[in-house]
Design a protein around this ligand. Structure first.
Ligand code: COA
Length: 400
């Protein structure tokens, strides 16, 4: 079809992804979007046979495609899902939709297709009861930021820091003999998270589902051996351990992202040749790579372990979190093709400063945007703009 620059509103239909019909063409579209401007390398995502992999774990999710009227060519795609999350305010929880994986074929950009996909996925969210929509993009993605802010009226919430550490690039550190690291039962982890982080922004109401998922590797706590954590192993008096924490302690959970999808850098990229036109998740990861040696280490298809639910209390929580981080590295090293550990925390989170400690830990800013559906922000009881500094935020591992 011969396309001219301008609105394609009547020439494009947005419909739901059809597995039989669209599978190959969506994979091709993703590949076209991610090639960037260089010919000597390309970056591929291996979804391990599941283009819905990043939304599938939410009970309600959708994938929409934009199809040209006439020849039926699929030229755009977007995914959405629904979740019930904390507001960080006394108003409790709200239904929120998360939008991700928006792509338009390079040949068909600036014709209104991205906007049409956004409107369609927002309408899906609203029909399914979402009060808000949120999404994230890297801070230098001007096209998507303009689309979200200028055309779709999203407000910028805050930047979060994505921290990335290739496994081989770090020296092997074993947790100190002074520190105890223990795996929590799922029930204990649920209780502890609900008790300590239940009121945080974006805290998922279905934390129990997340922690019971097959992709969840588990939850660990660390504290100094000189102290005790009464009731941590006690099956009865289940909630007692919540009030008997040591003076300092830390907690995190691990998610087997390496089983969901893998990344592959083809060719011989160096940091300088990694192009900002790469798609969201890939540029999140690859944009983090500072040392060319990291690129060599990540030459084959690789997966990563995602750390989430990071929290600490007490004066020495920073040191205790470092021990958990090193512990996660040691676990990840035993997994075939797992080449990195990754986490995302709010820049204003007190833990953030403690986490940028290793020279091989790279950091990139991820910007979150939010929109109230149905218009009329005036009567909204939740003032998200006032809450625009995301001092603490619970990053859902299913969304990464
Ligand atoms: C971001 C993206 C989806 C936009 O798709 P698109 O179909 O070109 O967007 P639209 O034509 O609907 O553009 C709507 C508005 O977005 C903004 N915009 C889109 N592309 C832009 C660009 N390259 N530079 C600046 N602003 C841009 C403009 O405000 C535009 O309105 P205008 O054309 O009237 O000025 C597309 O560029 C893309 O697939 N990029 C790669 C993947 C990606 O970054 N996805 C988003 C992160 S999840």
């Amino acid at each position: 079809m011969d396309l001219k620059h301008g609105s394609m509103d009547n020439n494009v239909v947005v419909r739901e992804f059809n597995r039989e019909k669209d599978w190959e063409v969506v994979e091709k579209l993703e590949r076209n979007c991610e090639v960037g401007s260089r010919k000597d390398y390309s970056i591929l995502t291996n979804t391990l046979g599941d283009p819905l992999c990043r939304v599938r774990l939410h009970p309600l999710h959708v994938m929409l495609v934009a199809e040209l009227v006439g020849d039926g060519e699929v030229v755009g795609v977007v995914r959405g899902c629904m979740k019930c999350v904390g507001t960080g305010l006394e108003t409790g929880q709200v239904w929120m939709s998360y939008i991700l994986g928006l792509r338009v074929s390079p040949k068909h950009r600036r014709m209104g297709i991205g906007l049409k996909l956004m409107k369609s996925v927002e309408a899906w969210a609203e029909r399914n009861g979402a009060r808000y929509v949120f999404l994230a993009t890297e801070e230098n993605n001007a096209a998507s930021i303009n689309l979200f802010v200028l055309k779709c009226d999203y407000i910028k919430l805050s930047s979060l820091a994505i921290l990335f550490q290739p496994l081989e690039a770090c020296s092997k550190k074993n947790p100190s003999g002074d520190v105890r690291i223990e795996k929590l039962t799922v029930e204990k982890a649920i209780s502890l998270y609900k008790d300590r982080l239940g009121g945080e922004k974006f805290f998922p109401a279905d934390i129990d589902v997340i922690l019971k998922e097959d992709l969840s590797l588990g939850t660990w706590v660390s504290y100094f051996k000189e102290e005790h954590w009464d009731g941590l192993h006690c099956k009865e008096n289940d909630k007692e351990f919540l009030s008997k924490t040591p003076s300092s302690w830390a907690i995190l959970s691990m998610w087997k992202t390496y089983e969901v999808y893998k990344l592959q850098v083809k060719g011989a990229p160096s940091v300088r040749c990694i192009n900002t036109t790469l798609t969201h998740i890939r540029s999140k990861i690859l944009g983090c790579l500072r040392a060319p040696s990291s690129c060599e280490l990540l030459a084959g298809p690789f997966g990563f372990l995602f750390l989430y639910g990071l929290h600490g209390e007490g004066e020495r929580m920073g040191d205790l979190m470092k021990f958990l981080w090193c512990f996660a590295l040691s676990l990840a090293k035993d997994v075939t093709d797992c080449k990195a550990i990754v986490t995302e925390v709010s820049n204003c989170d007190p833990l953030c400063g403690h986490l940028s400690w290793g020279s091989s830990i790279s950091r990139i800013n991820d910007v979150w945007f939010l929109k109230k559906l149905g218009g009329g922000a005036g009567n909204d009881s939740i003032n998200w703009t006032a809450a625009s500094q995301l001092s603490r935020v619970f990053v859902d591992p299913r969304d990464f």
